[in-house]
Each structure stands twice: as structure tokens, then as C-alpha cells.
Design a binder for this molecule. Sequence first.
Ligand SMILES: [Zn+2]
Length: 255
Amino acid sequence: MATQIRPNIHCSDAEWQARLELAACYRIFDLLGWSESVYNHISLRVPDQEGAFLINPFGLLYSEVTASNLVKIDIDGNKLDDNPHPVNLAGFTQHGYFHRHLDWAHAICHVHTTATMAVCSLEEGLMPINFYACNFMGRLAYHDFEGITVRAEEGERLLANLADKNILMLRNHGPVVMAKNLQAMFVQQWALQRACEIQMATLSMGRPPIMISQDVINVHQRDLNLANPPGGGPGVGDFNAWVRRIDQIDRSWRD
Ligand SMILES: [Zn+2]
């Protein structure tokens, strides 16, 4: 990212870089229509501080999130700095559980977009009926709805249902997408969102969709792995492109 004047916040260079990336991510989610009033979360592990995470200040819209107003918390959601904003502790419960138990899950998002929530509310879940859905066939985990996810005791079942996957479709609720960095998380959330939007549109036409065979899905997933993503890693080129886009609108996220 381009150099910028760093506001008066005491943190390491690595943490500041993480703050910039996460603030950008909130603005990108908002631009793409994935924000949910002041709710939902994208959380990111602080790279050089064990057990520390960054999360959105509760009460602010995603369009108001900046690098310096992100709240630093521990795994239980306790604030680690003197940030005046509160944290939506209830909402962090499930993120905290995944961060605690999955050492690769450095970046986690959970959304309530219409399309993903609609697909999570179908018995079939995501169906093999479009290009983007093929990315995810056999790679999604599902978890039955138990009410708002604020009880720690649900955590064991969340983890058991996730198994070896990195995306958990909370039925009747919405997806949780986890990855080792924000860029990889972002690009999967993007493709999942598109798959769900297109499924919703397809099913609304009142005609039977064309089901894609497992053989074709296998070929699709094999060749997807061969594709060279721009920017050197999954989602890097995509994320950087969207950072340029939000900079065109308003650079206040860098504050
Ligand atoms: Zn939710």
C-alpha cells in the first residue's frame, strides 16, 4: 500500500499494517453491500502480539471504520488498548472460538447478506448450478441454527461441524469465512457471495436449473487450482484493486 501519514497511535509497524488492511476490508465490504448496519464482524489477528485481535468498534458503520479506531482485544473480547469504543462481545463469541482453536484462522468474516443468508436458509444449501458454486462444492461445512450464536457451549459443535473446511454455512443465518490472511478470506467471500446471488436469481425464474455433474466439478476445481491469481497469492490482486477503488471514494480509512 502507498505510504501515508500515520496518526498518533502507539503500535508496532506490523500492527499498523494489519490495521490498514482491516480498515480497508471494512470499507470494501461496505462498498460491495455486505455490511449489516453496525453488526457483524471481520476480525484479524495482530501479527506480532500473541492472543491479540483487531475488530470493528461497536456502534460505527463500516463506512466509519478507520485504521486507528479498530479495537484491539484479547481472545475473550477484553480490550487491550484505551480505545473509547465498545466491542460487540456477543458477536465476537464465535470468532473468538475459531481464532482460539484454529491456528491458521488469522482472518475471519461473518456476513448477513441477503443472498448468502437466503442460500443458508435452503435445505439444499449451495447448489451446483453455476460457475462460482463449483468453486465450493464439497468444500463447505454446515451448522444447524441454534439461535443467536452467543453461547460458548455451541462452540464445540461449530468446530465439529466445520471439521477440515474453512467456510461454515450457519443454516438460516449466514456464512463464516476463515483464512490465513484477509486477502484470501476476501476473495472467497466474494466468490461465495456471487455464487449465492446467482443461485437466488436462478431459482427465482421458476424453471428447473441445470445441475452440474460431479465430473465437471472435479475438472473445474482441478483447473481452478492451476490458475495463477494476480498479485502473487489468493485474493491479493483482487484486494489491492478494491483498495484503489475505495481510495477513489474517500481515504479516511487510512486515518
Ligand atoms: Zn450472524
